[in-house]
Ligand binder design. Structure first.
Ligand code: MLT
Length: 321
């Protein structure tokens, strides 16, 4: 009997093997859980192109925005685990969201197979170009005094911009009107147009606008200045060392995706991150590519588990209204 079962298992493995060996046989969809033009979309498009080249199939970006990135993330968690749907998630969708949505329909740790970190993304405090403050100290003082008259833009409850600016507002005691967008791509358009006053966002979205002078960058929430924006002081230099925070973007597959497929996706990500052109574009936009261990599945699993715990603690003591 044992021999018959073993023979059946071997036959099944032989049948299953070639199917996975041929992966990918058609384009792969990468869900971006925010609107086009935001940082998640920017990182996804830079990385998806060389990843697709390494896999021999195109990776098509699908923007599924809503509810601070959780709508697209639910879609990714519930997709068929066949390697044809993956997601570019981030510190919000896979770190902060569980603390803000008690009925969240996914568990970032249990419902996903991590593929790897794509980029670390420092956080900047930016404002419309005619915001009446010359530097970060003056900005903080102005926000403290006038916050009830100010509009702060973010990408929805649970997003990076929402959680990091919740922290900023809480530290300085500000209570602005908080305007939710489907991503910080559209929020940035309104900041450039002067329709909102300030926001906290991932650097990769902001560098071109700061360089063009269409918005003002007050501070980067890092211990050191960013090489992409050497003229922008740190929050510590600007007298607010308590506000130090950064984010990240990473690729996930639905839980249950076969290990051989995960390995191909992970290998393709490694090749994409070694691609000179992709690296240069990410570094020029201020991405942090120094966390090598997290670019591998095990390292990303550890990062997600620790981020869920970290943000749960942080958000318990932070006003999020
Ligand atoms: C965020 O705030 O979570 C992101 O900036 C959203 C986005 O990528 O648009």
């Amino acid at each position: 009997m044992k021999r018959v079962l073993a023979a059946l298992a071997a036959a099944a493995a032989a049948l299953a093997g070639p199917a996975h060996a041929a992966y990918p046989e058609r384009p792969i969809t990468m869900i971006v859980p925010f609107a086009a033009g935001g940082p998640t979309d920017v990182v996804a498009r830079i990385v998806a192109e060389p990843m697709g080249r390494a896999l021999g199939q195109q990776i098509v970006i699908e923007n599924v925005a809503g509810a601070g990135g959780t709508t697209g993330t639910v879609r990714a968690a519930q997709a068929a685990p066949d390697g044809y749907t993956i997601e570019m998630g981030h510190m919000g969708t896979h770190g902060a969201a569980p603390a803000l949505y008690p009925d969240l329909k996914y568990d970032p740790v249990k419902d996903f197979a991590p593929i790897g970190l794509a980029a670390g993304t420092p956080i900047l405090v930016v404002a419309k170009k005619d915001f009446p403050a010359a530097d970060f100290k003056a900005f903080v003082a102005y926000v403290k005094k006038n916050s009830e008259k100010l509009n702060e833009a973010h990408a929805g409850v649970g997003s990076v911009s929402f959680t990091t600016c919740s922290l900023f507002n809480s530290i300085v005691g500000a209570k602005p009107t908080r305007a939710a967008y489907r991503g910080t791509g559209p929020a940035l358009n309104d900041l450039v147009a002067g329709q909102v006053d300030y926001m906290c966002d991932q650097i990769v979205n902001l560098v071109p606008q700061i360089q063009a002078g269409t918005i003002k960058a007050y501070a980067v929430a890092l211990p050191e200045r960013s090489p992409a924006l050497p003229d922008v002081p740190t929050t510590k230099e600007g007298g607010l060392p308590e506000f130090q925070v950064s984010a990240w973007n990473a690729i996930f597959a639905p839980k249950g995706t076969p290990p051989e497929i995960l390995k191909k996706l992970s290998d393709a990500l490694q090749k994409a991150l070694a691609d000179e052109n992709a690296r240069k574009r990410l570094l020029d936009l201020g991405a942090d590519l120094s966390n090598k261990p997290a670019t591998l599945p095990d390292g990303l699993a550890k990062l997600v588990a620790s981020e869920v715990v970290r943000w749960n603690k942080v958000l318990k003591s932070t006003a999020t209204k």
